[in-house]
Write a protein that binds this ligand. Structure first.
Ligand code: AMP
Length: 419
């Protein structure tokens, strides 16, 4: 009897080859940039008690309402695979009483997240995020630094075509003034709204503006920016002033930007790229001054972001036609006959020791095939070693970009390609 074919679960995929390399490269790039800003890594569990997420993300968020993968632990407690990273990091911060140690805490994380969403391009059920949480500072400099830090990661990874949308969604105080106004407006449009928005309207009217289906219909809705209290206004003005000092990042004010999760206050931001399709958000974040207290810690202002690794990797691929991901230079060593295999093998290892990537020799394959394979893997050079080369203790270096080729003494090979 034939067995059913085993497949990866819906909305998940295996990462390998160039895509896996790119994930790694992005993670390494982020680590390097985070170091410049003095952030340190925290690795929290992949699952947490379900109430951590319902208490932090909000009962009415899409994630909590319908996207969590939950399971019970031997019937004792209900857990959820983490749908995002902030809740776990805040739980870590509270549980370890880091606030008691005073001052500022800068943490970053990276790893897989799980949401039972309808899979589509750029939307998976297991996806990867890199994020940071900056606990302690209440001023807008921390918000602006977060925006610069993420933009620096994206740029160093090789993305150029993105912008950052920014907005302020105020604090509890000014949102209390705004909410009834927005609700009044939404009630006047109730007939045009989807069932979901009508239901959400009374629980969290800001979310309705965020709705893909209804947001665009609500062009003349009152906007939060006209309701900001004096403190929130000053915070936002400084945030914008700080960001305007950076010429190399495209900042766009978007007064309709709200975030899907309940815990944000004041600054919110989102990185978008035209190189992606419908799922154009590369990363997003904002300030969350009430969340630590909401999860049982002492009132601690904080700001953070989360970047979608899958999408950033996809954006670089579609933005650069070659989609080459290897950061180290690659050479393919090609022995032209059997006698050249051992010297070619030795040469390969010498080159690896000098930091070049050199795939395992492919003896016995035709030169033409080996050269086209070298091009396929994005190699910079092919190093040919045959009878003539061995006699004179030389190698032939073929530059695969220019197609130029040259004989050089074996001992000069590294100097030649590094020069
Ligand atoms: P969020 O936690 O929803 O604010 O998402 C932050 C970033 O994670 C988004 O901007 C996306 O780049 C990425 N992201 C969120 N959900 C998914 C998903 N289901 N699949 C892939 N990437 C996602």
């Amino acid at each position: 009897m034939s067995q059913p074919t085993l497949k990866a679960p819906k909305g998940t995929r295996d990462l390998f080859g160039a895509e896996a390399d790119s994930f790694h490269e992005l993670e390494e790039t982020a680590r390097r940039v985070f170091k410049l800003f003095h952030f340190s890594e925290v690795r929290t569990p992949l699952f947490e008690p379900v109430e951590l997420f319902s208490r932090s993300l909000g009962e009415t968020s899409d994630v909590v309402e319908k996207e969590m993968f939950t399971f019970s632990d031997r019937g004792e407690r209900v857990y959820a695979l983490r749908p995002e990273g902030t809740a776990g990091v805040v739980r870590y911060f509270v549980e370890n009483e880091l606030a008691k140690k005073g001052g500022i805490h800068r943490l970053f994380y990276m790893g897989p997240m799980f949401r039972g969403e309808r899979p589509q391009a750029g939307r998976y059920r297991q996806f990867w995020q890199i994020g940071s949480e900056f606990f302690g500072p209440s001023d807008a400099v921390a918000d602006a630094d977060t925006v610069l830090m993420v933009s620096m990661v994206l740029k160093k990874f090789g993305l150029t075509n993105f912008s950052v949308q920014v907005n302020s969604i105020g604090c509890k105080k000014c949102r209390a003034d705004y909410r009834p106004e927005l609700l009044k407006y939404l009630k006047s449009r109730e007939g045009d709204l989807s069932e979901e928005s009508r239901r959400r309207m009374n629980v969290n009217p800001l979310r309705v503006l965020d709705s893909k289906a209804d947001g665009p219909k609500l062009k003349d809705a009152p906007l939060m920016k006209d309701f900001l209290c004096v403190e929130c206004k000053a915070h936002h003005t400084l945030f914008l002033d700080l960001l305007s000092t950076s010429q190399s990042i495209k900042i766009e004010e978007n007064p309709r930007l709200v975030r899907g999760l309940d815990y944000y206050s004041r600054s919110v931001f989102e990185w978008v790229s035209p190189d992606l399709g419908a799922q154009s958000a590369l990363a997003a974040g904002g300030r969350y001054d009430d969340l630590v207290e909401q999860l049982g810690g002492p009132a601690t202002p904080a700001v953070g972001f989360a970047l979608g690794v899958d999408r950033v990797v996809a954006a670089r691929k579609s933005g650069s036609p070659e989609g080459k991901t290897s950061s180290s230079k690659t050479a393919m060593v090609i022995p032209l006959d059997d006698k050249a295999v051992v010297p070619a093998f030795q040469q390969s290892q010498k080159m690896r020791e000098a930091g070049l990537a050199v795939p395992t020799l492919n003896p016995g394959k035709k030169l033409k095939n080996q050269l086209s394979q070298a091009v396929d893997i994005g190699a910079n050079w092919a190093i040919l070693i045959g009878e003539d080369e061995l006699k004179t203790d030389q190698v032939t270096v073929k530059d695969l970009a220019t197609r130029d080729q040259k004989r050089v003494p074996s001992s000069d090979l590294l100097k030649h390609i590094n020069g």
